[in-house]
Design a protein around this ligand. Sequence first.
Ligand code: PEP
Ligand code: MG
Length: 755
Amino acid sequence: MPQAAATSAREILTGLHEVMAARGNAQSKLDRVVDLIAEAMTSEVCSIYLLRDNKLELYATHGLRKEAVHVTRLAMGEGLVGAIAEEGRILNLAEAASHPQFVYRPETGEESFHSFAGVPIIRLENPIGVLAVQHADPRRYEEVEIEALQTVAMVLSEMIAAARLVDGARRGRMRSAGPLRLSGLKLVAGMAKGEAVFHQPRVIVEHTVAEDTEAERARVYAAFRRMREQIDTMTKEAEFGTVGEHQEILETYRMFAYDEGWSRRINEAIDSGLTAEAAIERVQQRTRSRMREIDDPLLQERMHDLEDLSNRLLRIVSGRMGTAAQTGLTRDTVLIARNLGPAELLEYDRRRLKAVLLEEGSLTAHMTIVARAMGVPVVGRLADIRHSVNDREVILVDGDNGSVIIRPNRQLTSGFDHRMALSQKRRAQFAAIRQLPASTRDGVPISVMVNAGLAEDAAALELTGGDGIGLFRTEFQFLVSATLPGRERQQRLYTKVLESAGDKPVTFRTLDIGGDKALPYLADAKDEAENPAMGWRALRLSLDRSTLMKAQARALIQASGGRVLRVMFPMISEPWEYEEARSLIEEQLEWARKSKRKLPTRVEYGAMLEVPALAEMLDQLLPRIDFLSIGTNDLTQFLFAADRADPRLAERYDWLSPAILRFLKRVIDAAREAKVPVRLCGEMGGLPLEAMALIGIGAESFSITPAAVGPIKAMVRSLDACAVRQRLDHLLKRPPRNLRKALTDWARRHSVAIT
Ligand code: PEP
Ligand code: MG
């Protein structure tokens, strides 16, 4: 802010500070404030309008007729004042009456004034009023005067909120908009109700006027330093996928974090007498209002990045750094975030976390898989959700349809409650089916196992109705722990899992870290690749870091003493990798034998088919393995060359594509010929229509997310395996344009339970 504006703003701020500190009621204070501003800005008129009952009411004026106070009321959008409040923008006019939105209110006596400048008074991003100055001469106000006016408006908002002159600080754009329904991408099904909590809490600026400008400057400098360090660390970690943010976003963060212009503007705002917090917020408000005038979606997106960063800076400066998980959830919560990593999600209290809403998110990202395992509905791709809802507002989440309702009214809530009751009833029906055998109508038995990753999942195995654990993701224990879990800790977990499973089989998958499942404490092993999903992860990393894998092998062997050990390896690209992994386990078995430990009764070795190249080598691989497990999450991302965690590709390719089904059919046929059992363990198998198609290409064994056991068994029990196989043979020979539709129509015609 140029010097003149800073001086004039500081002069007014000092006066305001005194008015705020003085005794007296809110009205008398506002009356003094308008006098003060009019005088400091040598304006004939200064008026304050505040939002009350959704109308902008003239609360105080210097220069207009006093009789108009509390009489003149304008609707949002009405007149110049209404336009400023509704659009949150500044007006600076030499001739007010010639503006198309000008309305004349005779009671104010404003006909004698030509020039007009007004700025919104904003609280928590919502306009709560308007501060306006007027002049008899037809001249535009200088930019520096407008700057000063905005700074004053900010301090006024604090005073207005403190005096409760508007009904709560949350009136305004969002509140006046009433209920809001948004549609996103359904990531995890289920319905829930709760209060909005931001994963990264927003800071409410409480004190705006600085006592000691130099001290505020020092605080901002320190905060900038810390923020830059954090962004640099996050950028490095993102290469290993530890955080929920994408590389591209972090690049933009870096650009803004080091932007000289941004820090200079904050510094200037401090010069005008604001506290560090208020200065950050003030600059953000200005950027926001400028951006609003530019209708460019690309810029709007960048604006979100700057908002994030500004919020981060605010949190650092005010010492409120933790995520909402650290503060703890106190009520039923709908968590709001741009994106989340799986480890971040696991930090939340499962009992209070009812749903998650993301601006990004994709179906097979590990955060989604973890949420599914936790039974927490998730809706993704809700653009702008963080700016459409206020902290603690009620949200109804329909994860079954991928929609949410913010600030519901009574009718909406009761409609939702009704649907939720129906959905619970359906779930109860599925719960009854869960324990029934999964055989098709023509008697083909289908094995339905569950995917698990935590001790709790294994403990709940009986309830899920699964035939066993077809995929135990051992890396989850590593993800939720702050330090590397040693052999003993691993062994304790595996023992617990095997004990809870009783007679049901458990297949352990060796560590699959890297990609979007990274470990902060393995930071020295960072993946330098541009695309970590195709980088040094899973078995690739385990074979190179053999100490890690040896420890895991010993833990698995010892936990399985006296039982069958079923173990499989993730992300095999070539058969030799499988051979090396298998030898490593065998060496550890030898060690256990020599050291006279109780051995597993038998070891069954499995390979995961996730990399398409391996499918070409099945003739070599199949004779060497006891079972094959197809991981469709990774496999399909590689088949389509489409990053499973990229929200922009989340809806682009369909699992029910002829390419995928033909590919899978070849693999299943080859395994059957070699008499090697094959199981599907990706998310695809947990969706009824997809599972139906998989049975149609010969799949008979699935490992799926526990919540899907009921719906999948219901589908299986209503299906004729022979008929669906014939149908798939036909459809894959001559694929229709829309295979999903063709399959849906067929399922409906044959009364297959696909919903
Ligand atoms: C898969 O890739 O399909 C799979 C089951 O493994 P994950 O989702 O853990 O990568
Ligand atoms: Mg995988």
